[in-house]
Design a protein around this ligand. Sequence first.
Ligand code: PA5
Length: 465
Amino acid sequence: MNLDYTNMLAPTVAGGVDAEAWSASTAAFAAAHAHVASEHARGVLGFLDLPEDDRLQRQVLDAAAEIHGRSGTKRVTDVVVLGIGGSALGPIALRTALAAPRWNELDDAQRGGRPRLHVLDNVDPASVTALLGRLAPASTVFIVTSKSGGTAETMAQYLVVRGWLEQALGDAAPRQLIFVTDPEKGALRALARRESVTALEIPANVGGRFSVLTAVGMLPAAMMGIDTHALLAGAAAMRDRCATDDLVRNPAGVFATLQWLADTRHQRPIHVLMPYSDALRDLAGWFVQLWAESLGKHRAPGDPGFGPTPIPALGATDQHSQVQLFMEGPGDKTVTFIAVAAPTGDVEIPALHGDVPELGYLGGHRLGELLDIERQATAGALARRGRPNMTVQVDRVDANALGQLFMFFELATVYAGALYGVDPMNQPGVELGKQFTYAMLGRADAEQARQEWNLLPKPQANRMV
Ligand code: PA5
């Protein structure tokens, strides 16, 4: 993987990060790097240790093998992840990137006997009902994923699924369940003990949005036959490459520092991630949560708030949607492209209709070539308009490359946290909404939130139209 940041810098790109600020940032980055190292030494950044955690990885592979071979259960045809946020976005990104395209539409033989993978990441009743209506209880395994073991949406999904399983299978219902949660804390861990449900661990020092390389992502990946060793090897290689505090040799450091400078020095707080690869489209969604929830926050109560706004996009599709805005809208953005040097199974465009100018020039080229040329063209056009952009390039979309990308963005996020001066590991801003939800649903320990909720303005008839 490499990062080309030529188009992020002035004077190459008129609106880029100015050369003086960039040179001066080496010291700021060295301090951020030292901060990350000391947080790691303090045991806070557990995601950095996952590639070497053989015990956790063995747990995952054993569980995947055990689920396949559960006696008395029909062969597993479907795996459903119940989870939200960091407990869902990683598995979704992994499936889109590394399972065969349209995995769930393939038949058993095409999937090599591996199960379909569904990720139920919301509590919209229409989606839940539609999915359950298509599943056979005895051949479906539900992976209930929650680091805290108590998230309202995931617990509600679990209760619905548990009721559905009990109706169909009676006392055998727990056999269709597997939990992924904190090693000690939370309701799921307690339930697992009480009911002898297999429960894999998310290490206490790995936060939800940094957990894709724990059982959260690795169990669904292993069930689909994805090479989990290669994922971890890629992640380890990227982590080791970023062990240096020499900014220009540290790709995650360069990404984080340029984005931070673009935001804080050049009023470009909107950070677009635009893979030119359908396989990587959900990596952009995963990144959005990581960047937004880690970096958008107060430094102290009452301050105006800091942090960038990430936007997902997809090339070439978004050239016909958001790129107009990126080119001519407010100059408040950076765009990071992801390019794939050798796309899987390139397709030659037949040389037909040679006499029609709008079609003739395409003949003899390949679709992957067209896609990549369009990426270069868009990057060049943005640069020409003074819109800074950079490109992450991978050779191909495989498990090793994806492991590198996960680690690259996770490390960039903790570096950016240090540069912005915020704690990237917490998310206090989501708490109040959760408390109001508990209050409205009548949760016993939400009395204070209930009182606060009751004081809020209520909808007024004269303000409705
Ligand atoms: O990154 C985070 O910590 C959050 O987005 C969580 O992943 C999300 O809230 C789900 O939490 P949990 O895994 O505890 O159910």
